[in-house]
Design a protein around this ligand. Sequence first.
Ligand code: GDP
Ligand code: IMO
Ligand code: MG
Length: 427
Amino acid sequence: MPALVLIGAQWGDEGKGKATDQLGGRVDYVVKFNGGNNAGHTVVIGGETYALHLLPSGILSAGCTPVIANGVVIDLGVLFTEIDGLEARGTDTSKLVVSANAHVIPSYNRVLDKVTERFLGSRKIGTTGRGIGPTYADKMNRVGIRVQDLFDEKILRAKVEGALELKAQVLLKVYNRKAPAVDDVVEDLLSYVDRLRPMVADTGLLLGQALDAGKTVLLEGGQATLLDVDHGTYPFVTSSNATSGGACTGSGIAPNRIDKVIAVVKAYTTRVGEGPFPTELLDDAGEKLRADGHEYGTTTGRPRRCGWYDAVIARYAARVNGVTDFVLTKLDVLTGWDKIPVCMAYEVDGRRFDEMPMTQTDFHHAVPVYDYFDGWTEDITSARTFEDLPKNAQLYIRALEEMSGAPFSSVGVGPDREQTLELRPLV
Ligand code: GDP
Ligand code: IMO
Ligand code: MG
């Protein structure tokens, strides 16, 4: 079996964690390839809830090897807190492998993330404040600190010194903040090295050899298509490639080894942070979706902005990622609506757009063109097959499938591992 990619189709929080966990039992490796602890995945197994940020969701499947690949940025404090939390609950984390090429998030980048947002004022991005953007910026500026740098104190010190030379000035002169001392940063990073060392490997080589040996590798994306730094709603995006292309650069697995691209898509839409969102509901309907869907961030606890399903976005995600299968989630949250609106296209200043507009200005001004589907009132949380669903729920799924550009392979009717209808096998 080859490699599978699993990514988010919208603005994140589609239920990637649950989908990954579900496949975890059927794959040999689950690889996180982008992002860091800006991600938040809630996985529910038999009533037990797990909140994951940095660890791949495959960590909850016993037979599976979880991998943090080169494309991830790692907050080492968060990594070990999360490991300890899982171990305390009886989850074995001993198989975890971490790339020697992954970048670490030094403390000064968490500070910079927060002060930059404050400085931007009304132009802020609404980041998670975890130092993600500054750490990817350091990577591109070639002043980042990689996991392997922790193995050579002299090199580590030289790199931290180099990075802080400019940042200390910026922190002091622009933001009126004192930068941390080089010694303190180095000491903090080195405090993790003994625990980290046995986990570190050349993960590109490891995964290449695993694929050669016929193993199955699942590449799990953090964030989502419209948060991708190239293909998302820039500048209101994260700082990594969350689309399927990022799975290759972020893991060292070549494109021709990837067999399937699975996109997780919610039966409605949510977004956290700033930026355009055409189907956003600022009224009671939005409040109801937020309440029914428990739409509060796993990472920051912020209320998520809510709106109707947007087929333009789904088609865009299908094209940009080469989606072979959609996993539809949270259908149960839509129970109880008389009519369910779905955005089929946009109108911008009298012009109709069936595809994403080329410019951000047009996307900002996009007014949804809605079609209305009949709702259902029956509780669907115990449905286990497509046929168990009320007729109108079946019609809603088939209509979304037709307009979204790829087949729907499964449907979520609740947060638990069990609450899923499999329409066709993914692995
Ligand atoms: P991720 O970031 O894409 O992994 O998604 P999050 O975990 O941040 O947010 C998705 C939330 O929806 C989590 O609380 C899940 O437990 C929950 N969830 C996932 N699938 C379903 C579903 O089909 N129905 C319901 N009601 N909740 C779901
Ligand atoms: P998962 O993996 C939803 C959003 C932030 C902000 C923007 C940039 O759980 O789907 P960053 O801290 O990354 O620089 O913030 O991206 N964001 C997410 N929104 N789900 C996520 O991850 C997110 N990760 C980042 O809210 O708007
Ligand atoms: Mg999330």
